[in-house]
Design a protein around this ligand. Structure first.
Ligand code: SAM
Length: 267
C-alpha cells in the first residue's frame, strides 16, 4: 500500500510553489518506503535464533527472503541441483537450483554465489564476474568425462564500481582446502576461511544475508568479522547446528585496525 497523503493534503486555494510540492513529494516517498518496510517486517516469522547482530529464520527462502529489508549484500551457497540429501523439506533438483538463483538475484543486491561447474550453463542471469574456488582435492568424476572437478565457480552480481586503490583489488582465484562433510555433520559445508575471505572482499559493508544457510558458515564468518548477518534455512537440524557453531565461536579480541593507507582510501 502506498499513499500521496502529504502532497494531497494541500488544501484547495493554497498556493504552493513547485519547490514546496517537490519537497512534499519527497516526504511521501520516504513515508511510503517506511510503510512498506513495516508491512514487510510484519509478515516475517519469529526468528529461530537471535543474538547481537545475528538472526536466523527457520523456513523457506522463497517465503522469507522477499520480506527482509533490501540492504547490504548476499553471500550464499544454494543446493546445487545434484541430488544431495539435506532433509525432508529440501529438494536438490536442477529446477530448484535455477529458482534459487533467480530468487536471490531478484533482490538486486551485491551478491556472491557458489555453484557447481556442471551448472554453469543453467545460471539464468549472467554474472558480472566469475571467481574460482580452487580446492586441494576434487569431487568424484562424472563417468562420461575424463576430468574430475577441482574447482567451483563463484558468481558475482551487482558488484561493479570504482575500486581504485591498492586495497580494492584481489585476484579472483580463492585457494582454500575443502572441508569434509563429517567435520561438522552437514553434507556440504564450505570452508570458513574461504567464506570469510569472500565476505571481507565484497564491496558492500552492510548486513550479510545467506538465504541457504546450511550449517551457518556465512554467519560464523560474519560474526568473526563483526558484521551483521541474517540466515535462512529450511531444515531445522541445520538451524540447530548453526546455533551450536555460533555459540562456540571464539571472536578475535579487537577488529584489526585498518592500515593508514587504507584509511586514506576509505569513503
Ligand atoms: C549447499 S547447502 C549450504 C551449505 C553452507 N554453505 C554451509 O557451509 O554449511 C544449501 C542449504 O540450503 C538449504 N535449503 C534448501 N532449500 C531451501 C529453501 N527453500 N530455503 C532455505 N534453505 C533451503 C538446504 O537444507 C541446505 O542446508
Amino acid at each position: 500500500m502506498t499513499t500521496d497523503w502529504l502532497s494531497e493534503s494541500v488544501p484547495p486555494g493554497v498556493n504552493v510553489t513547485d519547490a514546496e510540492m517537490a519537497a512534499l513529494g519527497a516526504q511521501d516517498a520516504v513515508y511510503n518506503e517506511l510503510l512498506e518496510m513495516g508491512e514487510r517486517r510484519a509478515g516475517l516469522p519469529k526468528p529461530y535464533w537471535e543474538e547481537p547482530g545475528i538472526t536466523i529464520y527457520h523456513g523457506c527462502a522463497r517465503e522469507i527472503l522477499p520480506l527482509l529489508p533490501r540492504s547490504g549484500l548476499i553471500l550464499t551457497d544454494p543446493p546445487y541441483g545434484v541430488g544431495k540429501d539435506y532433509g525432508e523439506l529440501s529438494s536438490d533438483t536442477v529446477e530448484n537450483f535455477v529458482a534459487a538463483v533467480r530468487l536471490v538475484l531478484e533482490m538486486g543486491l551485491p551478491t556472491a554465489m557458489f555453484f557447481p561447474v556442471t551448472r554453469i550453463y543453467d545460471i539464468p542471469v549472467k554474472p558480472q564476474w566469475m571467481g574460482v574456488w580452487e580446492k586441494d582435492w576434487g569431487g568424484s568424476g562424472l563417468i562420461a568425462y575424463p576430468f574430475y572437478p577441482h574447482w567451483e565457480p563463484i558468481g558475482f552480481w551487482n558488484i561493479k564500481g570504482d575500486y581504485r586503490g591498492n586495497c580494492g583489488h584481489r585476484n579472483d582465484v580463492f585457494k582454500f582446502a575443502s572441508v569434509r562433510p563429517e567435520s561438522n555433520g552437514h553434507p556440504t559445508p564450505k570452508p570458513l576461511e574461504l567464506v570469510a575471505e569472500l565476505l571481507s572482499f565484497m564491496p558492500c559493508k552492510g548486513t550479510v544475508t545467506d538465504p541457504y544457510m546450511g550449517s551457518g558458515t556465512t554467519l560464523l564468518a560474519a560474526k568473526q568479522l563483526r558484521r551483521p548477518a541474517v540466515g535462512i534455512e529450511i531444515e531445522e537440524r541445520w538451524c540447530s547446528l548453526a546455533v551450536e557453531r555460533l555459540r562456540q565461536a571464539v571472536l578475535p579480541l579487537e577488529p584489526a585496525a585498518p592500515a593508514p593507507e587504507q584509511l586514506e582510501l576509505m569513503p
